[in-house]
Design a protein around this ligand. Structure first.
Ligand SMILES: [Ca+2]
Ligand SMILES: [Ca+2]
Ligand SMILES: [Ca+2]
Length: 190
């Protein structure tokens, strides 16, 4: 709560400033909150773990809980680019091993403007998930978002240093870090 930054937040789905997720029975809107905790949970908070960058400010952009149009993507990727330094995105084409898709016109434009004008001209940093389609033999090379030269595509490793079952290994991956693996290995908690 202390590190939450309203100026780095927006609800693109409902067009309001509060990106509070909509709760569902399957809990499928939890991912952003979990990532936010992993990145920027306050140190010594007396409740749960500490964020990797516990003094960082963090916001949320609600954009997956509705129709994901080119406009929705572009709006999300170009939110307050002189205030936000790093955008972390865990979305992209379906991980079904069949869908090949990438940014359309407006999202491409948002990437281009971000890397040239964002962060005071230094360029916005777009961190991208390499994808969860491992079980379907999906390849992040066939994902135009991880594949884009404007994104830093990040993959995962289990506690024991193996490739997790959901992970997609491909050449557009720039770095790998720990994440959840098999049931007998430690998992991300936030
Ligand atoms: Ca809202
Ligand atoms: Ca994928
Ligand atoms: Ca990339």
């Amino acid at each position: 709560m202390q590190n939450y930054d309203p100026d780095a937040s927006y609800d693109v789905n409902d067009g309001d400033p509060d990106p509070q997720p909509r709760y569902t029975q399957l809990n499928d809107n939890r991912h952003g909150t979990r990532c936010a905790g992993e990145v920027a949970a306050v140190a010594s908070n007396g409740i749960c773990g500490v964020g990797v960058a516990y003094n960082a400010k963090i916001g949320g952009v609600r954009m997956l809980d509705g129709e994901v149009t080119d406009m929705v993507e572009a709006q999300s990727l170009s939110l307050n680019p002189q205030h936000i330094d790093v955008y972390s995105a865990s979305w992209g084409p379906e991980d079904d091993g069949k869908t090949v898709d990438g940014p359309a016109k407006l999202a491409k434009e948002a990437f281009m403007r971000g890397v040239t004008e964002g962060r005071g001209g230094l360029g916005s940093i777009f961190v991208w998930a390499s994808g969860n389609g491992g079980r379907e033999k999906d390849s992040c090379n066939c994902d135009g978002y991880t594949n884009s030269i404007y994104t830093l595509s990040i993959s995962s490793s289990t506690q024991n240093g193996n490739v997790p079952w959901y992970s997609e290994a491909c050449s557009s991956t720039l770095a790998t870090t720990y994440s959840s693996g098999n049931l007998n290995e430690k998992q991300i908690v936030s």
